[in-house]
Design a protein around this ligand. Sequence first.
Ligand code: SAM
Length: 280
Amino acid sequence: MDYKLHKPTYIKEILDKFGFKFSKSLGQNFLIDGNLIENIIDYSDITQEDYVIEIGPGFGVLTERLVDKCKFLYSIEIDNRLMEVLKYTVKDRDNLEIINEDVLKVDLNKLEHGNRKFKVVANLPYYITTPIIEYLFNYRDIIESITVMVQKEVADRMVADVKSKDYAALSLFVKQNSDAKIILNVPKTVFMPQPKVDSAVVNMKLKPLDNEVDPKKLELLIKSGFSKRRKTILNSLTTGFVDLNKEQLREILSELGLKENLRAENLSLEDYKNIVKRLN
Ligand code: SAM
């Protein structure tokens, strides 16, 4: 196939033809490296049986290749200026539906996907990376994997283990919901316009939640801890819970062999889960 949407000369042609101006606030940094795009798609492991969701097609640089690889592709793009561009760049495909909407407002359950789970692929708009990842986790029953380009710093946080300097609430949410790994480190030079930061591609294979742990309570506990990460867990973990006082927490921590002067960043996902189990 002769793909050309990654070529800067062709991108410039489209910019001129449609009088399009990149929107910084929508995170519009488009990919211009054909090999990298192939690599992202290879790692997403898409077959002709797969239903795929793409977030933010832009001019369609991933779209034009994904649509050839999968059974059906939904591409969700918020910017209505791009609708006429996409009609021109990826026209006449009967296994493609472009949805002009904010991805956070699309009910993914309403998208037809046969008896298979979706694979999600995207070069994400960086201003809402975390909300999008959290949103997708809500659909874990119908999503098998998520392969996304994110800011390098965020990728490091997503895959960080306890005790690493990048460990954050996001690391715990990602670990709770998936097996995640960084599959590619990406320099800023492969984007047009060039962003200020480097990037990385993260692949997440979603897994079922531990049904012994109430996910809402777990989320609340982690958020409480990291919202006051300089405080000891005895002080920070009680913040979000009206029904948990320091005495109760002290007892739970001592049962679990966790020192009360530890901080949120010292506890592993298992530690947080064990606390929630004891809260029940
Ligand atoms: N896929 C293209 C590429 O790789 O070159 C464009 C990626 S660009 C980093 C992010 C895209 O997401 C832009 O097209 C932007 O308009 C779109 N976008 C931004 N916010 C969005 C949202 N809330 N929902 C859907 N798309 C969004």
